[in-house]
Design a binder for this molecule. Structure first.
Ligand code: MUC
Ligand code: MG
Length: 366
């Protein structure tokens, strides 16, 4: 079996509810669908969501690096030889999201070639994940209304609130309103996307004491090493590394330097192969992990579920899997359903993300 052709197809789907957060805003899913074709007719697919404000990649950079740099080096290789593929892609630094999509496409191919769902190849721990929904910047009452609606319609009982605004009172008020309106049983945690300084984050933790917040993600830039370490030492709740830890090497650095004491795993930027390395590192060290969302489509969310449900440690917490609900449409032929707050894996060969070709034709940009 040999890789014959690699496509990187840019497409754009508008959001019905754009998501705003401290480092950026998403109003349209301007993503890239990666397709790896093999000589025996099999096709591996994955979604690449560019996040320039997080990793520096754009839709153009992803299509270019895949079609102009990776494809010529990977064509002719056996998709089972993932070690070789990663050695080849590793000669180009950075470009994590492009590499992640190539990796997930390869796993999709392996699953199809073996007639096995990828969640089984990865570990097969369980068949569904609890869902956490991400709430963007909005007035406090609107956030509460949205969370109550997601609770009622989908049974979601875990929410990640985007914070990192100034004045700090805006986010502090939102935390109080959400806790009062949602009651004590709903899990609430925060993600500041580097919007604050470490000292501002300390102040927010003081002023939200007693609200039962469970985690704080990327409160400040991890490069502010001294103050970040002080925050991690003093915080009563885990400080989660997200955009500071796209690779296993970054995870080692942040954990060893005390910049984080929990890690967010995102398959969109780590693929399944490096995500497994990150997970092994974290479980070996006794560090909590969360399954994060890179503002993923249903195609991307299915990849996260496949990985998250495959391992015990990634199912302990709810995974961020539902932001596709804010999109006006998607590419998946058989849409994801959320019931009783959970999303199930698909028991079909590969990752299970069958594409609706009519929709792809409608939204593709070339
Ligand atoms: C998150 O967890 O930070 C926002 C930017 C990005 O890259 O991912 C999202 C969500
Ligand atoms: Mg984050």
């Amino acid at each position: 079996m040999k890789i014959q052709r690699i496509e990187a197809i840019p497409y754009s789907i508008p959001y019905s509810h754009p998501l705003k957060f401290a480092s950026g805003e998403v109003a349209d899913a301007e993503h890239v669908l990666v397709r790896i074709h093999c000589d025996d007719g099999l096709l591996g697919e994955a979604d690449a969501p560019p996040r320039p404000y997080t990793y520096g990649e754009t839709q153009d950079s992803i299509t270019t690096i895949i079609e102009k740099v990776f494809a010529p080096q990977l064509i002719g290789l056996d998709p089972f030889d993932r070690g070789k593929v990663h050695e080849v892609m590793g000669r180009t630094v950075n470009n994590q999201v492009a590499k992640g999509a190539v990796d997930i496409s390869l796993w999709d191919l392996l699953g199809k070639a073996l007639g096995t769902p990828v969640h089984k190849l990865l570990g097969g721990y369980t068949d569904s994940m609890r869902v956490s929904h991400m709430l963007g910047f909005r007035p406090a009452q609107e956030l509460l209304d949205e969370a109550l609606r997601f609770g009622q319609e989908y049974g979601i009982t875990t929410f990640k609130l985007k914070v990192g605004r100034r004045p700090l009172g805006l986010d502090i008020e939102a935390c109080h309103v959400l806790r009062n309106g949602l009651g004590p049983e709903v899990e609430l945690y925060l993600d500041a996307n580097r919007g604050w300084s470490a000292n501002e984050a300390m102040e927010v933790l003081r002023r939200t004491e007693g609200l039962g917040l469970t985690m704080l993600e990327e409160p400040c830039d991890a490069k502010e090493a001294m103050s970040r370490r002080r925050l991690v030492e003093k915080s009563p709740i885990p400080i989660v590394g997200d955009e500071s830890v796209p690779t296993a090497g970054d995870v080692s650095r942040e954990l060893l330097s005390g910049g984080s004491n929990a890690i967010c795993i995102k398959t969109a930027r780590s693929g399944f192969t490096e995500a497994q390395q990150i997970l092994g590192l974290c479980t070996g060290l006794g560090v909590d992990v969360t399954m994060g969302n890179q503002i993923d489509t249903q195609v991307g969310s299915l990849a996260t579920v496949s990985f998250g449900a495959a391992h015990e440690a990634t199912t302990r917490r709810a995974g961020e899997l539902s932001n596709f609900l804010d999109m006006s449409d998607d590419l998946l032929a058989d849409p994801i359903t959320i019931s009783a707050g959970r999303i199930s894996v698909r028991d079909i060969p590969g990752v299970g993300a069958g594409i609706d070709e009519d929709k792809l034709a409608r939204y593709r940009q070339n």
